[in-house]
Write a protein that binds this ligand. Structure first.
Ligand code: ZN
Ligand code: ZN
Ligand code: FE
Length: 751
C-alpha cells in the first residue's frame, strides 16, 4: 500500500546541490512527489511503498552531497496527492529566511578534471564551478539563494550553461554561479605593459611575473591577495616593507599536498584539515627556512589552491610556494572591490590580476591548526562562515557585537548562532566601517529588524563595538564581561547550557568587573547559573597603560611591584631596555599604573627577562617568541607558582627566572621551565576549584591557549586527573570567539 510522507530537512541544504540529489535518490527508489527549498530548509513530498520510503530517507540521511550538512530530518504522514513523477519545484517565498547560507567551497575534483581537459567547454576557464564547489557566501547579495540575487546576475547564461542549470541530472543543476568562457566573467592583467584581456594569457603572464619576483595583487574568492614567490627573499622583504608589516607571518599557498609536505610537518589530521572542502590555512611546524616569511616563528601557515584561478596560476608555472597574504596595509580590512584595490594597493603591487565577478563581501582565509586537543579554528573566515556554530535556546534574536580586537559578530536567529567572518581590529577606521557593514549585512540577510533583537556587548567602556551596541534601538542591551564570554563561547559550541565547569580564561586584555585589566581568571558555574569568579592570577600593575602592551620591558616593570629588591637586581644586573627603568619609576611612585591580572603580560614579562628587547608589532608576538624559544630546550623542570585557593602567585616564578638569568642559565631552558610552571599552576588551581565546587570539566579559553606548548603541558598534566578538558574547536579561543560567548550569555537571559 502506497503512503505519503512530508519530509523536512534542515541544516546546510541550500546551494549545495541538495535538491538534484533528492531527485536522483527519488528516481533510484521509484518515489514520486516533489522537493522545494522552503524558508527553513528543504521540504519533500514523497509517495511510494513503505519500504521504498524508508530506503529513500536512509539515503538522504546517509549520503548527502559533500558540501551539505544535515542537522535534522523530520517525517510526517500526510494524505496521498497522487503524483506520477518526481519534480523539483520552484522555491517557496515567504517568511523569515532562517535557511542557511552556504559557505564558499574549494574547486571539486570533477571541475578540476574539466578545467584541464582540452575537450571541455570550460577548459582553462578561471570561473568553473558546480553545485559541489565554488563561491556562495562571497557572491550572495540576498536570500533566497538564486542567481538574480548574486553577483553573477550581470551575466546571462549561454545555451550550454542554461541547459545544464536546468537539468536535474546535471552536476550544475541550479548551480547559481555557473558560467563558461562564452557567457561568463573573465580575468585580466593590469600594470605589466598593455592590459592583457585574455584569461589564459593574463594568468600565464602573471605566473611568469611571479617567477621573476614581482608582487601581484590577485583577486580571489573573498578578497584580494598580495602574492609573490616565497622562496625569493628579496620579493618577500619588498612586500613586507611596502605593506608596512614588520614581523607578522605571511600565509603561503603551495602547489599541492606533496609541496606542502616539504614546507611543513603535516600530521595525518593536519593533512585532512588542509585538504578539507573549506581549504583553510593550516599552521604547522616549518620544515624549511623561508627568509622573511614568518620571522621568529616555529610555524608556517600553508594552504592549497582553492579556486580555479589558483590552480591555473600553478599550471602556468607560478613558483610552487607563494606568499598569499590578505591584501591590505597593516591590519586594515582586506581589499575586495576593484576600484579600492587600485587605489589602496597601487603602491604595494607591481601588477594586478583582476577578475570581473564582483565580491559581495570580504571573507578572509580561515586559519586553523591541529593542537594537542584536536583541530581548532584560529581565524574563522572563508569555507566556514556563515555556517551556524551553535544551537542556543534564545526566544528573541540576539545580536552580539564581540570585542574590539579580532572582532567578529554573532547573530542568533531561530535558535541558531551564526558567527560572522573575522572582521579585524576596530581601532582602524576601515575595520570599524567593515564592522558596521557586517552587522547590517547579517541583519538584512536574515531579515531580523534590529528593534526585535537583544544586543550583547563587552563591558569595556572605551570599546567602539560597545558604544555602537548601546546606540542600537534594540529591545534590550546586555553587557557581558570579557572573560566570562571567553568561557561561554566554548560551552556554547558544545551545546552545554547546564554543565557546571571550571572556566579558565587567560588572555592579554579584558575589562574586569572591578574596572581592572583582567586576563588570568578562574570561574565556576554554567551558562544557566552564571559564571562566578572564584580565582585569578595575582594582581600586578601596568605602568603607563596601553603602551605597556606594546613594550614587554615596560609591562615587566609592573610585575615587580611587590618585589622592589628583585626589580633593583633586574635593573642593575640584567640588560633590559631602558623602558624597564623608566616604567619602574612609575611603579615605585604608583603614578599612571593600572591594576591587572593579565596572563598575556606575564608572558611579556618573562620574554623581556630572557632577551626579547624590542616592541611588538602584532598581538601575542612576545609570547609566540617565548614559546618558540622554549621549544629549543628539553623539559627543564617547572618554576613554582603556588595557588592559595584564590590567587595564583607569580612572584616565586619571577624570583626563579631572575635567579636563573643571573646564574647564566640558558634562555631556552628558562622559557621551557616557565611554560611548565604556568601549566602546573593552572592545573593546580583548576583541580582544586573543581574539587571544591563539584565540577568535572575544565574549560580553557582566551588567546593564551593558542600556545601549543602550554596546551601540550596541560594535556600531559590533566591526563592523570578525572577531569575532562574542553577548549575551542569551531570558534577561536582568542577574541574572535567573544561574540559567540556574549550571545550565549545573553540567550540565557533573553525572554
Ligand atoms: Zn565543482
Ligand atoms: Zn555559458
Ligand atoms: Fe580576550
Amino acid at each position: 500500500m502506497k503512503a505519503a510522507w512530508r519530509i523536512r530537512v534542515r541544516g546546510v541544504v541550500q546551494g549545495v546541490g541538495f535538491r538534484p540529489f533528492v531527485y536522483r535518490v527519488a528516481e533510484r527508489w521509484g518515489i514520486t512527489g516533489w522537493v522545494l527549498n522552503g524558508v527553513e530548509g528543504v521540504v519533500i513530498h514523497a509517495e511510494g511503498e513503505p519500504a521504498a520510503l524508508e530506503g529513500f530517507v536512509t539515503d538522504l540521511e546517509q549520503r548527502p552531497p559533500a558540501a551539505a550538512r544535515v542537522t535534522s530530518v523530520e517525517i510526517q504522514d500526510v494524505p496521498l496527492e497522487g503524483h506520477d513523477a518526481f519534480v523539483i519545484r520552484a522555491s517557496a517565498g515567504g517568511d523569515r529566511p532562517t535557511a542557511r547560507i552556504p559557505p564558499d567551497m574549494a574547486t571539486c575534483p570533477a571541475c578540476l578534471e574539466e578545467l584541464f581537459d582540452p575537450r571541455d567547454p570550460r577548459y582553462l576557464y578561471p570561473y568553473i564551478n558546480c553545485t559541489d564547489c565554488g563561491p556562495r557566501y562571497t557572491v550572495i547579495e540576498g536570500l533566497p539563494y538564486d542567481r538574480c540575487r548574486t553577483t553573477m546576475r550581470a551575466w546571462e547564461m549561454c545555451p550550454l550553461c542554461a541547459a545544464q542549470y536546468a537539468d536535474p541530472r546535471d552536476r550544475r543543476f541550479h548551480a547559481q554561479p555557473v558560467a563558461c568562457p562564452r557567457c561568463g566573467p573573465h580575468y585580466y592583467l593590469l600594470g605589466a605593459g598593455d592590459p592583457v584581456r585574455d584569461d589564459r594569457e593574463a594568468i600565464a603572464r602573471a605566473a611568469t611575473l611571479l617567477k621573476e619576483g614581482w608582487i601581484l595583487a590577485v583577486k580571489g574568492l573573498g578578497g584580494y591577495h598580495l602574492a609573490c614567490d616565497a622562496e625569493n627573499a628579496r620579493a618577500v622583504a619588498t612586500l613586507r616593507q611596502r605593506k608596512r608589516r614588520e614581523d607578522k607571518p605571511f600565509a603561503l599557498m603551495v602547489r599541492d599536498v606533496e609541496t606542502a609536505r616539504t614546507v611543513v610537518e603535516l600530521s595525518p589530521e593536519a593533512e585532512e584539515l588542509l585538504t578539507s572542502p573549506a581549504r583553510p590555512i593550516v599552521l604547522a611546524p616549518a620544515r624549511r627556512e623561508l627568509p622573511g616569511v614568518a620571522p621568529g616563528n616555529r610555524d608556517l601557515g600553508v594552504m592549497l589552491p582553492y579556486t580555479p584561478l589558483h590552480h591555473l596560476l600553478f599550471h602556468f608555472g607560478a613558483p610552487p610556494v607563494l606568499v598569499m597574504t590578505s591584501a591590505n596595509r597593516s591590519s586594515e580590512p582586506t581589499v575586495y572591490e576593484d576600484d579600492d584595490a587600485r587605489r589602496r594597493l597601487g603602491d604595494i603591487a607591481d601588477a594586478f590580476l583582476m577578475g570581473e565577478r564582483p565580491i559581495a563581501r570580504y571573507v578572509d582565509d580561515s586559519v586553523t591548526r591541529v593542537g594537542p586537543f584536536g583541530p581548532m579554528v584560529i581565524r574563522r573566515g572563508r569555507g566556514y562562515a556563515p555556517l551556524p556554530v551553535a544551537s542556543l535556546p534564545a526566544g528573541a534574536p540576539v545580536l552580539a557585537l564581540g570585542a574590539d580586537l579580532k572582532n567578529t559578530v554573532t547573530l542568533v536567529v531561530g535558535g541558531q548562532a551564526i558567527t560572522s567572518q573575522h572582521i579585524g581590529d576596530l581601532e582602524h577606521y576601515e575595520a570599524y566601517q567593515a564592522f558596521e557593514r557586517v552587522v547590517h549585512d547579517l541583519l538584512r540577510m536574515y531579515e531580523v529588524p534590529v528593534e526585535e533583537t537583544v544586543v550583547a556587548f563587552d563591558l569595556h567602556p572605551d570599546y567602539r563595538s560597545s558604544a555602537f551596541a548601546r546606540s542600537l534601538p534594540a529591545r534590550a542591551h546586555h553587557g557581558v564581561q570579557h572573560h566570562r564570554a571567553h568561557v561561554a563561547a566554548v560551552l556554547a559550541e558544545r551545546g552545554e547550557m547546564g554543565r557546571r565547569v571550571v572556566g579558565v580564561a587567560f588572555d592579554g586584555t579584558g575589562y574586569g568587573d572591578d574596572g581592572a585589566i583582567w586576563g588570568g581568571e578562574f570561574f565556576v558555574g554554567s551558562l544557566e547559573e552564571g559564571l562566578s569568579r572564584e580565582g585569578h592570577l595575582r594582581y600586578a600593575v601596568l605602568p603607563g597603560g596601553d603602551a605597556a602592551a606594546r613594550f614587554p620591558a615596560q609591562a615587566a616593570a609592573g610585575f615587580f611591584v611587590d618585589l622592589p629588591d628583585l626589580a633593583a637586581e633586574v635593573r642593575e644586573r640584567l640588560a633590559l631596555p631602558g623602558r624597564f627603568a623608566t616604567a619602574w619609576k612609575l611603579v615605585e611612585k604608583r603614578v599612571r599604573v593600572f591594576p591587572t591580572t593579565s596572563a598575556g603580560r606575564l608572558f611579556d614579562t618573562v620574554a623581556a627577562l630572557v632577551g626579547f628587547s624590542g616592541g611588538i608589532t602584532f598581538e601575542g608576538q612576545a609570547a609566540i617568541w617565548l614559546e618558540h624559544l622554549a621549544r629549543g630546550a628539553a623539559p627543564a623542570g617547572a618554576y613554582p607558582m603556588p595557588w592559595d585557593g584564590r590567587e595564583l602567585d607569580f612572584r616565586p616564578l619571577l624570583e626563579a627566572v631572575v635567579a636563573d638569568r643571573l646564574r647564566g642559565r640558558d634562555a631556552a631552558a628558562i622559557a621551557r621551565a616557565f611554560h611548565r610552571g604556568l601549566a602546573e599552576g593552572i592545573y593546580r588551581a583548576a583541580t582544586a576549584l573543581a574539587e571544591a565546587h563539584g565540577a568535572d570539566v575544565v574549560v580553557l579559553s582566551g588567546g593564551v591557549f593558542q600556545n601549543q606548548l602550554l596546551l601540550e603541558d596541560l594535556k600531559d598534566l590533566f591526563a592523570g586527573a578525572a577531569l575532562e578538558v574542553w577548549t575551542g574547536r569551531d570558534v577561536p579561543v582568542n577574541d574572535g570567539g567573544i561574540s559567540l560567548g556574549q550571545a550565549a550569555v545573553a540567550a540565557t537571559l533573553a525572554p
